[in-house]
Design a protein around this ligand. Structure first.
Ligand code: G16
Length: 543
């Protein structure tokens, strides 16, 4: 098997963001771009010699070609074995499970998650460590450093073998195992949940609509919900993954999952609605005519997780990203378990999960997961919900209303200003940062500021300090305002404004969401001069 060493030079901008390296697909297709980064993944993690990796992606445009390049490079770099999903398909949670189950050295996951795909869309590459989770910053920093020094990469001269057929082939000394992408994941879900109870729920006429958004979860959801659990055929819609996600934006929120929202608002709406994103790690949950915010979903799942066999009496703690609403904090307090607040990025949950300090984790950005793997997991969240509903008996909308009646409601919304000039976004953040120290005690939009800071996280396990993770302004009435720049965009900057207002258990939980948040929205404008800096008077996406 002939291998060759190709001379190259560093390429600017190969710094991994919130979740791996995400760029325009066209950028990744420039000869040498992907190759440089993959070589640096190997070099930045002690080399590939003798190692085993899981490789797969969400099926977006360029997925199969990129996997071919990775196979040839892994073989040339001396890897012993690759485990690859048939046709290069693996959801991010399924990849995380395989990395852990087969005790591999890590995985390379190809996805730009919820970003659109296609020739003019986005592409991404992420390295996951041997615990199955996204590489922590010390690893991504080492990979990035290599990208600034690289001089050559190694690659097999021949094309990679057939990844469309389940079986094995070799390339040099490297064995490539092509496996069914769903099997191991399905086994894991059976171990966690009460499938019998969920089957009975469907037998009794319970109806679900799961929108796979033409993305990777289609085959997983069809196999598990329809084939194994007996949901009627057609319960999973947009179930066949397509390279450009059917021309859509595979982001499960009320804006982009409008087909699901229409179905759930119709006269004959199913009992439960859900959607997942490009690579299957996010989830959106709906009841009849009701969107359950990811923050509320995390709080409710924590409150009722004991109804699922894997979590009964086993929730040691919970963790949420800083911008996620504080609804789960209230549940944790009542359950007398710790609640950790981490920076945005699933990688920050890894240490807490490994140490057994957190069992459930979640983020406002539609991510929920648990210690079963080290990624967030869209279909897992749906199955946990179904398990809870099957055992509890109440309708999801009633369950949530009862929860608010007991804990109070954290009204919550995120306003995104997309593709704004990077300098304008940075100017807004620095101007706000300068004001922070003087804010406590001041009043804005009729609310008194109790605290203001730029969030820094000291990891309780490895003591690493991560600073400048978003500006937080808290008010004496429990409301909160957070602003940060997204780390997953591929064009300009995206300003995320996270708005939260708390109404206690005896208050009105039925207000219009944006109206309830009115004072917090006004405070954001007044404190950060959003219109002046961005030139926009309304956000581009409100979720
Ligand atoms: C990634 C991260 C999440 C994060 C999200 C949004 O999700 O894993 O932790 O919340 O991006 O990040 P940002 O606000 O920086 O854009 P995914 O699903 O895109 O991999």
């Amino acid at each position: 098997m002939p291998f060759k060493t190709v001379q190259t030079t560093p390429i600017d901008g190969q710094k991994p963001g919130t979740s791996g390296l995400r760029k325009k697909t066209a950028q990744f297709r420039v000869p040498g771009y992907l190759e440089n980064f993959v070589q640096c993944i190997f070099d930045g993690t002690g080399g590939a010699a003798g190692k085993t990796y899981v490789v797969g992606g969400d099926g977006r445009f360029f997925n199969a070609e990129a996997i071919g390049i990775i196979i040839r490079m892994a073989a040339a770099n001396g890897a012993a074995r690759l485990i690859i999903g048939q046709n290069g398909i693996l959801s991010t949670p399924a990849a995380s499970n395989l990395i852990r189950k087969y005790k591999t050295d890590g995985g390379i996951i190809l996805s730009a998650s919820h970003n659109p795909g296609g020739e003019n869309g986005d592409f991404g590459v992420k390295f996951n460590a041997s615990n199955g989770g996204p590489a922590p910053e010390k690893i991504t920093d080492a990979i990035y450093l290599k990208t600034t020094e690289i001089t050559d990469y190694k690659i097999a001269e021949e094309d990679a073998g057939d990844i469309g057929t389940i079986g094995s082939f070799t390339m040099g000394d490297c064995r490539i195992d092509v496996i069914d992408p769903v099997d191991d994941y399905e086994t894991l879900m059976q171990d966690l949940f009460d499938f019998e109870a969920i089957r009975t729920l469907f037998q009794n006429g319970f109806r679900i609509c799961f929108d796979a958004m033409h993305a990777v979860t289609g085959p997983y959801a069809t196999r598990i919900l329809e084939d194994a659990l007996g949901a009627p055929k057609g319960s999973v819609i947009n179930a066949v993954p397509s390279p450009d996600f059917g021309g859509g934006h595979p982001d499960p929120n009320p804006v982009w999952a409008s087909e699901l929202v229409a179905i759930m608002s119709g006269t004959d709406a199913p009992d439960f609605g859900a959607a997942s994103d490009g690579d299957g790690d996010r989830n959106m949950i709906m009841g009849k005519n009701a969107f359950v915010s990811p923050s509320d979903s995390l709080a409710l799942l924590t409150a009722y997780a004991h109804l699922a066999p894997a979590y009964a009496g086993k929730v040691a703690g919970v963790a949420r990203s800083m911008p996620t609403s504080q609804a789960v904090d209230l549940v944790a307090e009542r359950l007398r378990i710790p609640c950790f607040e981490t920076p945005t990025g699933w990688k920050f949950f890894g240490n807490l999960l490994d140490a057994g300090m957190a069992t459930l984790c979640g983020e406002e950005s539609a991510g929920t997961g648990s210690s079963h793997i080290r990624e967030k997991d869209g279909l897992w969240a749906v199955l946990l919900w179904l398990n809870i509903l099957a055992r509890d008996g109440r309708d999801i909308v009633q369950l949530r209303a009862d929860h608010w009646r007991s804990f109070g409601r954290n009204y919550y919304s995120r306003h995104d200003y997309e593709e704004i000039p990077t300098e304008a976004a940075e100017a807004l953040v620095s101007a706000l940062r300068e004001k922070l120290a003087a804010l406590p005690g001041q009043s804005v939009a009729g609310m008194e500021i109790s605290a203001a800071d730029d969030f820094a996280y000291l990891d309780p396990i490895d003591q690493s300090l991560t600073e400048r993770q978003g500006i937080r302004v808290s008010f004496t009435d429990g409301s909160r305002l957070v602003m940060r720049l997204s780390g997953t965009g591929t064009q300009g900057a995206t300003l995320r404004v996270y708005l939260e207002r708390f109404v206690d258990h005896s208050g009105d939980h039925t207000q219009d969401l944006q109206a309830a948040l009115g004072p917090v929205i006004a405070a954001a404008e007044s404190l950060a001069d959003i219109t002046k800096h961005t030139g926009r008077s309304v956000a581009d996406v409100i979720t």
